[in-house]
Design a protein around this ligand. Structure first.
Ligand code: SER
Length: 905
């Protein structure tokens, strides 16, 4: 039976028992408490906890899972993986232990026909109920039922959440596979008893303090590893020998250098590569990209670990190689996981990039490792500073260094590594603080905890001066409407006034503690205790608010268009523009940029009201609010909601309705570093001005081209050529362009892109048309030049018995001179032709000598030298033909004269 049939049989069996077949969820879970989906029950957590009501009471899934806790075991044993698939059936307040056990038993023994005598059972030591069901109802002899402790038979998805006792079903692979110890039994670490199915009886919620709170509704969560049951059914020794892995492992071998008959010890590396290739492929398909923290770090670690094992095998013939394996994974699994096909290019691109980056540093890093190992044979410790250098400069995840070290019998100086990491973080933090100003303030600030910000509601207010720092021109008020620069939003500017005295606020900062500091142009007698009026520059604030709201819209639009892997990496929101930095692996196509821009403009057009809510941090996350990684949030957070489109934790100031944004325009997209892109954009009046400006330059360009085009057509007509009859080309477009200048709102903004796009297309067309016309004109000119050649026969002279024609042409190109020269040589047979032309205020010349005269010693090359001696330009060629140019066409008659004189000597 193939693994695909096992998947299908499982789902069908449970469907037959009233279960709804549901899709497995992404490897990136909605649940913020775990990094990755590690079991089938995760997507049902809110249901088990009674927070959500499902429309079904029984469900069944195939769930892709990723766990890193067994990563060291992968490849070394027959049964451990990082990525694996879990077959599961679930009951939500419906059936409980008895049916769960009956279903599992029936499926294994009847459907999959596993021999009963090979199956053993483990139950939680205190769970008499489960023990009795197995013994009495299922007739399992007591010597095949084992009571095990909490470690083995109490299951929880994490430190808190739904959990309960569980019962496991083991398959006995036979004494030959085991450790042979007298106490070997299910739960032993050896390979004899293979745990194939875990039935969890969910009946508690473990709260934050570790207490088990009984759930109102009990449930069932079971999980059977597809890789393991497939190995049993296919009667192979290891999961890696099943059809789930065979092809993939076969695909690795030819990539490895030298072509291997790989010994058993190296099978481990092969298996690790296969396991990690599956994991990396699926992670990327679910939107994870390599990073230095979180899920991205796990992905990076898997990729780098796979590359190192390829190196251990002797290297790869043509790196990058992981994408080749990804293709194999995709082809094999796309039917079950269509997202793999959808993300195919992305997966390949990310893997290639990440791999190429690592090969280089891997070699360098390994060299360092070898040196250090040689130096430290005594203490067998890799110093922390080296581990840090490997991590920081060569991209060795600490786990990888630990592994390499342990293979050589070494340990890492982990404390030293942590110290070096901390020192680096501190350096970063210091550099990140807004410099001198804050340092100088620190004294004054010691006694103030925070200032009250009233700027969400108003832009003018009264405040009392708490601190005025002379010399630094800094003022702190007890409350203020001025927004201090934070969260990417620029600080407010404006005025502080006291009667006649007015000081300008040139910038506003906020300290990490929340004290708002006004930087003013002068203190002008403002001192502690004085009451002042604080007036924010409302126009600037409004422009900034537009850009801030636009930033949220842009963030969401990028996620919609490019995918959920988009993460904000930084931003600037000011009155002049917005800048948004985010993680993404490649440049964004023009089409996608337009899609993003259009989506934002669409939201502007919808005039959506913007709401701000105060929420508990955890509640906000549950609602799906985007929070910034690395940002610290308090328990209570402010959430900015734009309908159901965008939800972000944010302390900034926003407009009240998206309609106020008027217009959104992306002005630049660029790379900021590996995997980080930057978009600059405008909203509001600034965007509109930008559009008008762009429309104007487009119009200028189109008009310039059209004028040029008309001239070419006219010249063609004059030469008797056919004129391409389109007199009013671009009239429609020019009118459209004019309309852009009067565009007013989001809908126009959407049209703007359409018009720009259309016009850019038309511009392309015009350029092509122009190239064609120019060619037609050139051909016409050549033709007419050769036709005219006969007219010049009357001007031919005889000098020393040789026919000579020296002539100046107006605006003839070199091609045209050649064409006349060829025609006349054919007619005159024996001749010397010396032609020059004034072409766009430069001179060009062409001199030709017929073969018979060449034989008599005439040389075009020599004559060219004579010509150039007058004009000062350059020339060159052979005896039969020479040409050249020069800067001063007025010298042509003199040069021709000199050539004639030369011929007469
Ligand atoms: N959640 C349990 C496990 O992961 C059963 O699915 O083992």
């Amino acid at each position: 039976m193939q693994s695909s049939e096992i998947r299908e049989n499982f789902l069908k069996y449970f469907e037959g028992k009233g279960h709804k077949i549901l899709p497995g969820s992404s490897l990136v879970p909605k649940d913020p408490t775990v990094l990755l989906t590690l079991a089938g029950m995760l997507q049902f957590k809110p249901i088990f906890l009674g927070q959500e009501k499902p429309s079904y009471k029984r469900a069944t899934t195939v769930q892709k899972c990723l766990r890193t806790n067994d990563i060291e075991q992968v490849g070394k044993t027959a049964r451990h993986h990082t990525f694996f698939e879990m077959l599961g059936n679930f009951s939500f307040g419906d059936y409980f232990k008895t049916e769960a056990i009956e279903f599992a038993w029936e499926f294994l023994t009847v459907n999959l026909k596993l021999p009963k005598e090979r199956l053993l059972i483990a139950v939680f030591e205190k769970d008499d109920e489960a023990y009795d069901i197995w013994k009495k109802k299922m007739d399992i002899p007591p010597d095949r039922i084992f009571r095990l402790g909490e470690d083995n038979n109490f299951w929880a998805a994490g430190p808190t959440g739904p959990c309960g006792p569980c019962s496991e079903i083991y398959y006995d692979l036979g004494p030959g596979k085991g450790c042979g110890q007298p106490d070997c039994q299910p739960g032993c670490d050896c390979d004899r008893f293979l745990e194939i199915w875990n039935l969890v009886f969910i009946q508690y919620n473990r709260d934050g303090s570790g207490q088990l709170i009984p759930l109102k509704q009990r449930g069932i969560d079971t999980g059977m590893g597809l890789e393991r049951i497939t190995a049993v059914i296919q009667k192979v020794d290891s999961n890696f020998d099943t059809d789930l892995f065979k092809q993939l492992i076969d695909d690795i071998k030819p990539l490895i250098n030298p072509h291997p008959l790989i010994p058993v010890s190296e099978q481990v590396s092969l298996r690790i590569i296969a396991d990690h290739a599956r994991a990396a492929t699926h992670l990327i398909s679910d939107g994870v990209i390599p990073d230095n923290s979180g899920r991205g770090y796990i992905l990076r670690r898997l990729i780098r670990r796979a590359i190192r094992h390829a190196k251990l095998l002797g290297g790869v013939i043509h790196p990058p190689f992981l994408s080749t394996l990804a293709r194999s994974v995709i082809d094999q699994m796309k039917k079950v996981y269509p997202v793999l096909s959808e993300k195919r290019n992305l997966i390949i691109e990310i893997l290639d990039r990440e791999e190429n980056n690592f090969w280089e540093t891997l070699d360098q890093g390994m060299k360092i490792f070898q040196e250090v190992i040689a130096q430290h044979m005594q203490d067998k410790i890799i110093p922390g500073s080296i581990v840090f250098k490997l991590h920081d400069t060569f991209g060795f995840p600490i786990e990888l260094s630990r592994e390499i070290a342990s293979e050589a019998g070494f340990k890492l100086d982990e404390a030293g590594f942590q110290k070096a990491m901390k020192a680096q973080r501190d350096r970063g933090r210091q550099a990140g603080i807004a410099g001198e100003k804050q340092k100088l303030l620190s004294l004054a600030l010691e006694h103030i905890n925070s200032t009250k910000f009233v700027g969400y509601e108003k832009t003018t207010d009264e405040g009392k001066v708490l601190v005025a720092v002379p010399g630094q021109n800094l003022i702190i008020l007890d409350k203020t409407p001025f927004y201090g620069e934070s969260g990417g939003q620029a600080g407010d500017t404006g005025l502080l006034s006291l009667g006649e005295t007015e000081v300008r606020v040139v910038d506003t900062l906020i300290t990490p503690k929340g004290v708002i500091v006004h930087e003013v142009d002068k203190l002008a007698g403002l001192k502690e205790g004085k009451k002042v009026k604080a007036i924010v520059d409302a126009a600037k604030r409004q422009a900034t608010a537009k850009h801030h709201t636009a930033t949220h819209l842009l963030h969401k639009a990028l996620r919609e268009v490019l995918g959920g892997h988009i993460k904000q990496a930084g931003s600037y929101v000011g009155p002049d523009k917005l800048r948004f930095d985010f993680s993404h692996f490649a440049a964004i196509s023009r089409d996608d940029l337009i899609k993003v821009e259009t989506l934002v403009n669409q939201k502007i057009h919808e005039k959506i009201k913007i709401e701000t809510l105060q929420k508990d941090y955890q509640d906000a996350l549950k609602l799906g609010a985007t929070a910034l990684f690395n940002e610290k949030y308090g328990d209570q957070v402010r959430v900015v909601r734009i309908d159901n489109f965008s939800l972000e934790l944010c302390g900034g100031t926003h407009v009240q309705s998206t309609g106020e944004l008027l217009f959104f325009k992306i002005i630049n997209e660029s790379a900021l570093g590996a995997g980080v892109r930057r978009i600059e954009a405008l909203a509001g009046q600034a965007a509109k001005v930008q559009v008008i400006y762009q429309a104007k330059s487009l119009r200028d360009e189109i008009e310039k081209l059209i004028n040029h085009y008309r001239l070419v057509e006219l010249e063609k007509e004059n030469l008797g050529g056919e004129k391409f009859t389109e007199t009013n080309i671009f009239q429609i477009e020019l009118t459209e362009l004019d309309r852009l200048s009067s565009a007013v709102d989001g809908q126009d903004a959407i049209n703007v892109n359409k018009i720009f796009d259309h016009l850019t297309g038309r511009l392309e067309w015009l350029r092509e048309r122009l190239t064609k016309s120019e060619k037609e004109l050139r051909d016409l000119k050549l033709k007419s030049a050769s036709q005219q050649a006969g007219d010049f026969l009357g001007e031919v002279l005889e000098i020393k018995g040789v026919k000579v024609l020296t002539k100046e042409f107006k605006t003839y190109s070199m091609d045209m001179l050649r064409s006349v020269s060829d025609t006349l040589q054919r007619q005159l047979k024996s001749c010397v032709l010396v032609f020059a032309s004034n072409l766009h205020d430069r001179l060009i010349f062409l001199i030709t000598v017929s073969p018979d005269l060449m034989a008599k010693g005439y040389s075009a090359q020599t004559l060219a030298a004579t010509f150039s001696s007058v004009t000062g330009g350059k020339g060159g060629g052979k005896a039969n033909s020479a040409s050249g140019g020069g800067n001063d066409p007025s010298k042509i008659p003199e040069a021709l004269d000199k050539v004639r004189k030369q011929l007469a000597i």
